[in-house]
Ligand binder design. Structure first.
Ligand code: FRU
Length: 505
């Protein structure tokens, strides 16, 4: 039996998604079925399919009482929408089913663990809403909320920990058959911490330790933890609120943080060795990862940032996209990301140019488009005469363009969507110091979908992501330099258009 609220959401999405034309969506990135999408939730591989749930408000293209949207895929690039999975329909989640995670139980059922939100008294303030952890179990399509919910409440918090900021469970099963859960929380110092819980059966949980403490180093509250062991290192991903800039590494507002280190078995906490941003662009937040059957750790983030939500689709039929699935690895204390290798199967119409001398602007007759995979290698044409700047403009017509530019004297890469057609006074540019570039050499892999760019720098040691809603007829690509540049470029068109298949087609 599903609740009235969930039934209504399912009927609503079924009817109103028919108003969305294919080209009004990204071609191979998952977007909200209708209405609003934020964080990825419950990202898992279950019974032969990848499942992606997401923070979802179907009724309007803006944040509202959170449901869980749902989509499945066999290759992480072509998604099929499923009926909404959760609605805020019980006492403890009456104001929202916030972010969480999924895991297969030994009996073959899929368990979702999420944060139930309830505003107290007559308060309208979501900052004063009690947050508890709830469970729903199902067959991969329909889920029944656990009758003993909530399974973690304020009584399970360590001293000083806030019951208003206690959310976003990440769950997993250990080799010995017991379970662990990490949660974001705000301690008495007002910043953030990640709490560790354990369970014998997945339903009864107890507090173990403070797994990682922010101590006001990286923003305030830490949201949406993810955690895994990769290439011998322990990796914690989290998304801090209220950050202050630190050089070019972290920027103001909501950001992403990757802590790499070891695991302290005595204290049950992360021994931090290195820290970095997960994404150096504008739109990336709250990522989750999945382990593929062939052993790859793949990450998808919400391709948006709370501070730039004013950049909206012109038609308002959906709002919010997920990033590309990115294969992760850890090398020399850094997180590397590469586009999922299956993306290469979507490549067609190859155009390749080698050792091109660039001085000023250049276009190529067979390089243009809005769904493109392009690899660019840049070096000075004359090592004695260092060029000052290399740029590539894309989504370009007379009125619009987005630009990526590399300045050799600063070793800074910039993404700039100022001329993308945005009419809002929000952040349109972001700059990053480049890791792994020397002597004017840089390698960029640029993945363009209709409404986004993801730039993988120097084989994935950094990524810069930004969204834009530029008219689709702006599809020019122009290379430009200040000084003499030598360039190799390989471009492919990415063809899908059965991405985001409608369930009933
Ligand atoms: C992060 C977040 C989560 C919360 C959800 C609410 O983007 O704030 O902490 O669970 O969004 O939609």
């Amino acid at each position: 039996m599903i609740s009235q609220a969930l039934r209504e959401a399912r009927i609503y999405e079924d009817v109103s998604e028919k108003n969305v034309q294919n080209e009004e969506r990204p071609s191979f990135h998952l977007s909200a079925r209708v209405g609003w999408m934020n964080d990825p939730n419950g990202f898992c591989y279950y019974k032969g399919k990848y499942h992606m749930f997401y923070q979802y408000y179907p009724y309007e293209p803006k944040w509202g009482p959170m449901h869980w949207g749902h989509a499945v895929s066999t290759d992480l690039l072509h998604w099929e929408y499923m009926p909404a999975a959760l609605a805020p329909d019980t006492f403890h989640d009456q104001d929202g089913c916030f972010s969480g995670n999924a895991m297969e139980l030994p009996d073959g059922r899929l368990m979702l663990m999420y944060t139930g939100v309830r505003r107290e008294g007559y308060s309208n303030d979501y900052n004063k809403a009690v947050q508890v952890q709830c469970i729903a179990v199902g067959d991969g399509e329909t889920f029944e909320k656990y009758e003993m919910n909530p399974v973690l409440t304020e009584t399970d918090l360590p001293e000083g920990a806030s019951r208003y900021d206690f959310r976003d469970p990440k769950i997993w099963r250990c080799e010995d058959g017991t379970y662990r859960c990490l949660l974001g929380n705000r301690p008495a110092d007002g910043s953030g911490q990640i709490l560790l819980y354990s369970s014998e059966d997945g339903f009864n949980w107890k507090f173990v330790s403070i797994f990682a403490a922010n101590q006001n180093r990286y923003g305030k509250m830490w949201e949406c933890p993810d955690y895994f062991v990769l290439d011998g290192k322990h990796v914690l991903l989290t998304s801090p609120q209220d950050m202050l800039p630190q050089g070019f590494e972290y920027h103001n507002g909501n950001g992403t943080l990757c802590l790499i280190g070891d695991y302290d078995k005595e204290k049950n906490c992360l021994l931090e060795e290195a820290n970095q941003s997960v994404d150096y662009g504008i739109d990336f937040y709250a990522p989750q990862t999945v382990l593929t059957p062939d052993g790859r750790r793949v990450m998808i983030g919400w391709m948006q940032n709370w501070d730039t939500c004013e950049l909206r689709t012109p038609h308002g039929k959906w709002q919010g996209q997920m990033s590309l699935p990115r294969e992760l690895s850890v090398k020399n204390g850094r997180l590397y990301q590469k586009p999922l290798r299956e993306l290469e199967e979507m490549r067609c119409n190859k155009a390749e140019y080698k050792d091109i001398l660039l001085e000023g602007e250049k276009v190529f007759p067979d390089i243009s488009g809005r769904t493109v995979d392009m690899e660019i290698r840049i070096r000075p044409a004359d090592p004695e005469d260092m060029y000052r700047k290399f740029s590539v403009h894309f989504a370009k017509n007379e009125d619009h363009h987005i630009t990526i530019s590399y300045r050799t004297h600063e070793n800074v890469l910039k993404i700039d969507r100022k001329f993308s057609g945005s009419r809002r006074a929000i952040i349109h540019q972001r700059r990053s110091k480049v890791v792994g570039s020397e002597n004017g050499e840089i390698r960029l892999r640029l993945i363009l979908d209709r409404y986004s760019a993801e730039v993988f720098v120097n084989d994935g040691v950094q990524v810069m992501t930004a969204t834009y809603y530029t008219p689709l007829d702006a599809d020019g690509i122009v290379f430009a330099s200040n000084g003499k540049v030598c360039m190799d470029v390989v471009k492919y068109d990415l063809i899908t258009d059965n991405g985001n298949i409608r369930e009933n087609e």
